[in-house]
Design a protein around this ligand. Structure first.
Ligand code: SF4
Length: 326
């Protein structure tokens, strides 16, 4: 991976933010594009937000992108481009938590801070037989203290990379390679035959289901869109006029609601209703339908109109892009 052995804090920071909640295979392409277009923090800080969002499009968890932009501006303007080189100052950057701060501090500056990510939780839980929930406050504190005690203070960068790689490639979640593992003579989980029961998670994530009905309002080869501004998922991305419902709703009711909003009038023509598209986020399941309507006049005053062939200039949520591609 291009970020392995990297010492430039900007590149390490970029890779760590991209890899939060994202698989390496998916993040790699984005990392390369970002480094190519924004080779240093000043270039990223000066770029229009819409351009950065467009490059981020498809990665999801868009708060990361907003934080990336805010931190780049802060480092470029307030710190004159010098990336913070102390753990606390790194952790104070927007979107940087203890894990990311430890990764940057150890990889870029060789500072003695242990990383504790999902791989590290798993290795420590199994080798030491720890049954504390990794998502509880107590559990996190326990694992962090142990990881810090175990850290090789002379080579924290090498140690952190090694334990994470070991978790990713040998002590894997579902099919760990125990028979060839160098720890098997000491590993609590292997010796006690409970490898698959560790690590332990306490909380069950509550998934909220939401129904989105997007009105694709066309008029003379233009389509109405708007930018999402509220404190909600996909903030900063673009979308069609949206009606959200608590449950699956008949399209005739959705059309009536759209008329009440002033988006439709009598002579507008319903063209198509898409099948249900679904997207699973960490705490939400979005079910979504697209209702395509040909307008007689340009309604939907709260929205701006974009020519069909210019839609690709805007960053949309994955669900909308799937629909547009079809
Ligand atoms: S023996 Fe198995 S469970 Fe234990 S550290 Fe090695 S791979 Fe992980």
């Amino acid at each position: 991976m291009p970020w392995k052995g990297e010492k430039d804090p900007y590149k390490i920071w970029l890779s760590e933010i991209i890899l939060q909640q994202t698989r390496v295979e998916q993040g790699l392409h984005y990392y390369k594009s970002f480094i190519n277009i924004f080779p240093d923090v000043h270039k990223l800080a000066r770029a229009p937000g819409a351009k950065v969002f467009k490059l981020w499009e498809g990665l999801g968890y868009y708060t990361r992108c907003r934080n990336l932009i805010a931190s780049a501006k802060y480092i470029s303007r307030e710190l004159k481009g010098k990336f913070p080189d102390k753990y606390e100052a790194i952790k104070a950057l927007k979107g940087v938590g203890p894990y990311t701060a430890s990764a940057i501090a150890s990889f870029a500056y060789n500072l003695p801070h242990a990383v504790v990510d999902g791989n590290v939780f798993r290795v420590l839980a199994r080798v030491f037989g720890i049954d504390k929930a990794t998502d509880s406050v107590k559990g996190k504190k326990y694992f962090t203290t142990l990881a810090q005690e175990l850290l090789d203070k002379k080579q924290p960068d090498l140690y952190n990379q090694a334990i994470m790689d070991f978790g990713a490639t040998v002590c894997r979640p579902a099919t760990p390679l125990c028979s060839g593992c160098g720890f098997k003579k000491h590993c609590f989980a292997f010796l006690n035959n409970n490898v698959n029961e560790l690590p332990v998670k306490g909380k069950k994530i509550q998934i909220k289901k939401r129904w989105f009905y997007y009105l694709v309002l066309e008029n003379k080869n233009t389509i109405a869109i708007r930018q999402r501004t509220g404190k909600d998922i996909w903030q900063g991305l673009y979308e069609f006029p949206l009606i959200e419902a608590e449950k699956e709703t008949d399209i005739r009711i959705i059309l009536k609601m759209a008329s009440r909003n002033g988006w439709l009038s009598k002579n507008d023509k319903l063209i198509s209703v898409s099948p249900i598209h679904k997207q699973k986020l960490s705490h939400q399941l979005i079910a979504c339908q697209f209702v395509q309507v040909m307008l007689k006049k340009k309604n939907a005053a709260d929205f701006f109109r974009v020519k069909r062939n210019k839609l690709s200039k805007y960053a949309f949520p994955k669900l909308v892009n799937q629909y547009l591609r079809r």
